[in-house]
Write a protein that binds this ligand. Sequence first.
Ligand SMILES: Nc1ncnc2c1ncn2[C@@H]1O[C@H](COP(=O)(O)OP(=O)(O)OP(=O)(O)O)[C@@H](O)[C@H]1O
Ligand SMILES: [Mg+2]
Length: 295
Amino acid sequence: MAAELPIGTLLESSDGAHAHVLARKLNRHTFWCGQSGSGKTYALGVLLEQVMLETELPLVILDPNSDFVRLGEMRAGADRASADELRSRDVRVLGRNGDHDLRVQFTNLPLKSKAAVAQIDPILDADEYNHLLRLEDEVHSIDDRDLVAHLRAKGSAVHDKLANRLENLGISEWDLWAWGGRNVGDHLDERADATVLDLGGFPTPAESRAAALAVLDHLWEHREERVGRLIVIDEAHNLCRPTRRPPSSGCSRNGSCRSPPRAASTDCGCCCRRSARRRCTSTPCRSATTSPSCG
Ligand SMILES: Nc1ncnc2c1ncn2[C@@H]1O[C@H](COP(=O)(O)OP(=O)(O)OP(=O)(O)O)[C@@H](O)[C@H]1O
Ligand SMILES: [Mg+2]
């Protein structure tokens, strides 16, 4: 592995000295920050090209804005030797418009991820969460397509509630689901030199987040295999929020905020940011007076 990957020139250098990233340091978490429009994504692209040129490290790129979908294509006038080397690498783009579909099997997701996708909180929605938990033993043998029917066939009020939730949130209709076809994990297991997960083409941000979650879940579940990979997350703040927001933190339809009580004048973590003293302004709550659970 080359020791130094050139990614540009040093600003303070009078003779255009190269700025380098040490390849061996990429086995640690690396945080790339700068103002909006300062060139983070562009510079990341330069680094990823260098990683592909100079190392054998497989890349898994979560690409929310479809910025890296042309990673495998060479621009006219590119250095011939570099272009030939990059062309020889196996770059796969998975997405709605990519070389391969980016699809996920809902029933295959870990319990916590199923709950997160369906916005089920283990405490606030204890009954539904518990029924989801109890379904875990049988859920792997159910085709995603049959899940709602399977829940309805159980004939209990809570199973019905779960089915309603999947339908009401539109989750049962998502394009993301594999419906028995190829799951994103199957692609990841083939360890291409670079796997670009194009999250930009989904109709809803929720689908895009669920796709990212499925990818990270898969990599985490296979961590014991100790396969070295560089996991790249552009716009990471959208996937890894600095504050925890419970899945069911939205306002319930009866007008009362469901977020747990917090100290006065802190952000209550609900769908609407507000001071505890102010009236809740989010749509379902608008008609309600200040909710006691919001302070
Ligand atoms: N070194 C560079 N050479 C030429 N153009 C550049 C360079 N760096 C950035 N740009 C251009 O500047 C614009 C902003 O860059 P980029 O999208 O990488 O910024 P960003 O920091 O990722 O922004 P955001 O925070 O909005 O995601 C783009 O049009 C990009 O092509
Ligand atoms: Mg960017």
